[in-house]
Design a protein around this ligand. Structure first.
Ligand code: C5P
Length: 421
């Protein structure tokens, strides 16, 4: 079973637009919802069409716009009952006074009010109206009824209104509304992943990116690692229900949603934080970082001035982070990576043994189409002898897909009865 908590292409939103000047904001709302990957269908009331045309929403949503109840042509496509069943969420934005009153009274004299009664999906309303109409007793009474009926009310904001008044009644910005929808589905998916995901309840620590070893206050030794593979694995582990800590060297990537990130610069700092994670509790340790093998023996206190034709810098070996963690008494399930340019399988198998890993994923970085800066990768995964598991070939795919397959490999290994060594 796999869950991707950042992809909502399987979630259907009905955005119902009712009559009000805030309807123009709903056009942007469609865009933002589509950006998150949601499928969006727009329903418009008669009043809404006085403010904005169905064509606008059709173009933005990529779907026909629904405006009429019992229109023969529309009902032949997706009728009001199918539409009600299709929805995972009905968001009414802006919700006019009239619509709130209809919902509260249980009327069913147009498409939206009928849809409201016919759907099992959660219904959210974002009321937007003149501040006096918002404050009116009848409106407040209807809202209370809707809350009692289980409708989620997104409170309007205060500010200057299109009619010139100042007060409560403005629809929140489309970006805020879209974010609330994303957050809602994200939480729901996370709750499922935490219960049923492949790594449900597991604490995972991942090292990623390069390390930077200072020479003097302005110069350093580093490498070309972008951290993409490690970040993709962090996202996949989180989607699989794990609690994820990502210890990252300097990279330019955004932190995956839900992942706790700790930034480091040098290998020594990365080791310190990794040991700290072990103390705090760690079930799986995944070392994707391209740790610099050596650091400068003595970092100069001041910028080294240009002098002779040659400059010798003395280097000392960095600690091997993954091997150090693997030697600890209460060690987690250890996953290492091997980037090689030749004899890939042979070197990887040796590293599996020498570093005392449970699993190693290796790739051929001499191939220009995969690895380091690329968005794709291909890997071979080996398991330690005590696991009764064959090596796995992960064929060239996006780093996200490879990450998902690595999560499956980790799950398969940790749920196996291990043979005594
Ligand atoms: O020895 P090599 O660098 O090829 O091994 C690669 C694996 O070991 C990777 O999983 C890498 O993150 C890890 N490693 C480490 N600390 C080092 C060097 C490598 O954790 N100092």
């Amino acid at each position: 079973m796999s869950f991707d908590l950042s992809v909502f292409s399987n979630k259907n939103i009905i955005l119902a637009v009712t009559g009000g000047i805030a309807a123009y904001k709903s056009a942007i709302l469609v865009r933002r919802l589509k950006d998150f990957g949601f499928n969006v269908r727009v329903v418009m009331t008669h009043g809404a069409q006085a403010f904005i045309t169905p064509l606008t929403f059709q173009a933005l949503s990529g779907n026909p716009v629904h405006t009429a109840l019992l229109d023969t042509e529309a009902e032949a496509g997706m009728g009001h009952i199918e539409l009600a069943r299709w929805a995972d969420l009905v968001l009414v934005a802006p919700a006019s006074c009239d619509t709130l009153a209809k919902f509260a009274a249980g009327l069913a004299d147009d498409l939206l009010s009928t849809l409201y009664l016919a759907t099992k999906a959660p219904v959210w309303v974002a009321p937007a109206m003149n501040q006096q109409m918002w404050a009116a007793k009848a409106t407040q009474r209807n809202l209370n009824t809707l809350v009692e009926d289980g409708v989620h009310v997104i409170m309007p904001e205060a500010g200057s209104q299109a009619c010139g008044d100042v007060g409560l009644g403005r629809m929140p910005e489309p970006e805020d509304l879209a974010e609330q929808v994303r957050e809602y589905f994200h939480k729901a998916q996370r709750a499922i992943a935490e219960k049923f995901g492949l790594l449900a309840g597991k604490r995972v620590t991942i090292t990623a990116g390069p390390t930077r070893e200072a020479i003097d206050p302005v110069r350093y030794i580093s490498n070309h690692s972008t951290g993409k593979m490690g970040f993709a694995i962090a996202a996949a582990c989180y989607s699989a229900g794990a609690k994820v800590t990502l210890i990252s060297g300097p990279v330019t990537l955004d932190t995956p949603n839900g992942v706790r990130r700790k930034n480091v610069s040098s290998a020594i700092q990365m080791l310190d934080l990794s040991m700290q994670q072990l103390q705090e509790g760690c079930d799986v340790f995944i070392a994707t970082a391209a740790v610099a093998d050596y650091r400068v023996a003595e970092v100069a206190e001041h910028k080294i001035k240009k002098a002779g034709d040659e400059l010798a810098v003395s280097l000392v070996k960095n600690p091997d982070i993954v091997a150090t963690i693997a030697q600890q008494e209460k060690r987690p399930f250890m996953v290492g990576f091997a980037a090689e340019t030749r004899n890939v399988e042979e070197y990887a198998a040796a590293k599996l043994v020498n570093k005392k890993l449970d699993m190693i994923a290796c790739n051929d970085v001499s191939r220009a189409d995969i690895g380091f800066a690329s968005d794709e990768n291909a890997m071979i995964v080996f398991f330690a002898d005590q696991y009764d598991m064959e090596k796995r070939d992960l064929e060239k795919a996006s780093k996200q897909e490879i990450a998902q397959q690595l999560v499956e490999a980790i799950h398969d290994a940790i749920t196996q009865q291990i043979k005594p060594v």
